[in-house]
Design a protein around this ligand. Structure first.
Ligand code: ADP
Ligand code: MG
Length: 626
């Protein structure tokens, strides 16, 4: 933003002008030819001369000197006002935006009230109570304008709060105050600076106005000079020129600086809007939630039991994940597959208590490292984030904060979860980058996210996930945003880590290479679960089979890729019976009568939510391309 600002000549000239005035004002005792109150009775109300470059006012007071000294008051008053404006406006706005809820509502109401009172009135009241106390007046002006800044900061905060890099910071287990200071504040800073510059013009206007009216400080100010000039307009019109020029150019310059900053910020604004789910107002069917039969996994490291999640859609709670259970052993990769909208991401988010919007867990427990957690109690899950269970998302670029270097972002997570500091911390940053097989880790550590390719960014976010030394990694489609060759490299990295991973994907090729077991989700339910080879060669649910057949990896060369007929029903339309029945080639009336439970096929390790698994076996087999 700074670089872009300096490309705007008008704004830069304005900045230089303001700085020059500021320096001159500060140096007034040194550079002013006379003291501000030094009279020269022989030369009153004169135009410019060698002795008085900008002429003299009443009693022969030197205009140049008085302008220089007057600038000090104007700058100081503006600064006081700005400080009051920022000290209240910024934290209050951040708090309202980040916290939301009741805090937000209270702050909004209070600011509405403050907003409704014209600040000039308050300033005049203050001056009536404390005559000539300009400091108090300027503080009042700053305070009265702070609510409008708070509102701006609040909306900027709300929009960054939903940014993936903020969520990534939350996932990494960083504290709220840390996230606010280090990630939210820098992002909203552009907005704040712009508004501060624009507010400064208001403050200067007010200050000079007070001087003009003679209600401000008794010391000489620019406003007083204008007042004096206007009284003597008939005798010496020149007098209005220096003070008028300074005030107008000063306000104009601040306005131009503000504009320049705003444009510079706008040009750099590349924050992506996240897709939001459009609520539908269709009527809702009641979906029966079938408790899944537990899939026999001995000594799981992590197990999710009977997870159900509901969102308010069209004002009604709608179940989008219905009784999902699965387990993960130490060192194992478990794949979670299913079409878009089947509930994969929601399931993953629920494990870390990170459901968005109206989402809430309506049932479900998490068994992790020998302890049981209630998934509805999101607070109890906070301690798991980052240090015990880490998350790798789909869009690596937006998981990184654009304003910090890679080194900084990794160090931040390491610091939050370990005792490493100083040189040891630096070493660890490089180690992590090496662990994800980053080429030239030293250089990358110094880079900003925009300097990285998508694949490098994903390596960094995997490194960040590893920074807290987690026992489990949840990876939600970690390679979807990357191109094919990079995908393969990232998957290699994941495989080599030897961690316990829950890997969400809709790519069977990835699963076949990486995962020991797979969980197939369809419309919020587990429809099949088992060993990966078993599933690929002998699917026991028609949906699994259809999913396999429609995958390019298993496609027959030269034949069109078979697609699954129909679409996934939206959650509010899920039937009581089998969720897949309307798309299933072997569905019978029994399938639609009641909820279908998960059943284990005798002698097999897998389970399926199909009443006719034997018929599935008779359907055309998938030939695995070696
Ligand atoms: P995927 O398997 O593609 O990751 P998701 O888990 O993202 O699917 O979504 C599962 C279901 O939950 C979808 O039907 C979606 O409509 C619903 N859903 C997800 N997030 C929200 C949300 N914030 N608000 C309302 N519904 C949502
Ligand atoms: Mg998803």
């Amino acid at each position: 933003m700074i670089v872009r600002f300096f490309r705007k000549p008008l704004a830069v000239v304005s900045l230089l002008w303001v700085l020059t005035l500021l320096l001159l004002a500060i140096a007034a005792p040194l550079v002013a030819p006379y003291a501000p109150d030094q009279q020269d009775i022989l030369h009153t109300l004169e135009g410019p001369s060698a002795a008085h470059p900008l002429g003299t006012g009443v009693l022969g007071l030197d205009v140049l000197s008085r302008l220089l000294y007057g600038g000090r008051i104007t700058f100081l008053s503006t600064a006081i006002s700005l400080v009051a404006y920022l000290i209240i406006g910024v934290p209050v706005g951040l708090l309202a935006g980040y916290r939301g809820g009741v805090t937000d509502k209270i702050i909004l109401r209070v600011s509405d009230v403050a907003y409704a009172i014209p600040s000039t009135v308050i300033v005049l009241v203050v001056l009536a109570v404390r005559p000539n106390d300009e400091t108090a007046a300027m503080i009042a002006c700053g305070l009265m304008s702070a609510p409008s800044l708070a509102r701006v900061v609040r909306s900027a905060t709300i929009s960054v709060r939903e940014e993936l890099f903020i969520r990534a910071a939350v996932v990494s287990g960083l504290t709220d105050s840390h996230i606010l200071r280090k990630h939210v504040l820098p992002t909203v800073m552009g907005t704040v600076i712009v508004h501060a510059a624009l507010f400064a013009t208001v403050a200067i206007g007010l200050e000079t106005g007070l001087g003009f009216l003679g209600v401000g400080t008794r010391q000489v100010t620019w406003g007083q000079l204008v007042a004096e000039a206007s009284k003597n307009l008939g005798n010496q019109p020149w007098l209005l020129v220096p003070s008028g020029f300074v005030i107008i150019s000063f306000i104009l310059a601040f306005g131009l600086i503000g504009d320049g900053l705003r444009d510079a910020a706008a040009e750099g604004y590349s924050v992506r809007q996240l897709p939001t789910e459009r609520p539908s107002n269709k009527t809702i069917n009641t979906t029966t939630v079938v408790a899944d039969a537990e899939f026999a996994v001995t000594e799981p490291l992590l197990a999710v039991h009977n997870l159900s999640v509901a969102f308010d859609i069209g004002g009604q709670p709608v179940t989008v994940v219905a009784g999902v259970s699965f387990a993960l052993r130490q060192g194992e990769v478990v794949g979670v597959v299913g079409e878009s909208g089947s509930g994969k991401s929601v399931t993953i988010a629920a494990i870390l208590g990170l459901l968005r919007g109206t989402g809430r867990v309506t049932s479900g427990t998490l068994q992790f490292a020998g302890r049981e957690y209630d998934l509805a109690d999101t607070k109890s899950l906070v301690s798991l984030r980052g240090g015990r269970i880490a998350l790798i998302g789909q869009d690596p670029m937006s998981a990184l904060d654009p304003v910090f270097t890679v080194r900084y972002q990794l160090a931040e997570v390491i610091r939050a979860h370990t005792e490493l500091r100083g040189a040891a911390l630096e070493t660890r940053v490089i180690e992590l980058l090496q662990a994800v097989r980053m080429p030239d880790p030293e250089l990358v550590a110094k880079s900003y996210p925009y300097q990285l390719s998508g694949g490098m960014a994903q390596r960094v976010s995997i490194a960040a996930a590893l920074a807290g030394d987690p026992q489990v990694i949840l990876a939600d489609e970690p390679t979807t945003a990357l191109d094919v060759t990079v995908q393969a490299e990232i998957l290699d990295v994941l495989r080599e880590l030897g961690k316990s991973v829950v890997l969400v994907t809709h790519d069977w090729a990835v699963l076949a290479e990486l995962a020991e077991r797979a969980v197939v989700l369809y419309a919020g339910q587990v429809v099949e679960q088992g060993g990966i080879t078993d599933i690929v060669t002998n699917a026991k649910h028609p949906y699994t089979l259809a999913l396999l057949r429609s995958n390019p990896y298993f496609a027959e060369p030269g034949k069109p890729l078979p697609a699954i007929a129909g679409v996934v029903l939206p959650p509010q339309d899920w039937p009581i019976g089998c969720h897949f029945a309307d798309r299933c080639p072997i569905a019978r009336s029994e399938c639609c009568a009641t909820g279908v439970p998960l059943i284990g096929a005798p002698g097999r390790s897998g389970i399926t939510r199909c009443l006719y698994p034997d018929d599935v076996s008779k359907m055309k087999r998938i030939e695995v391309v070696p």
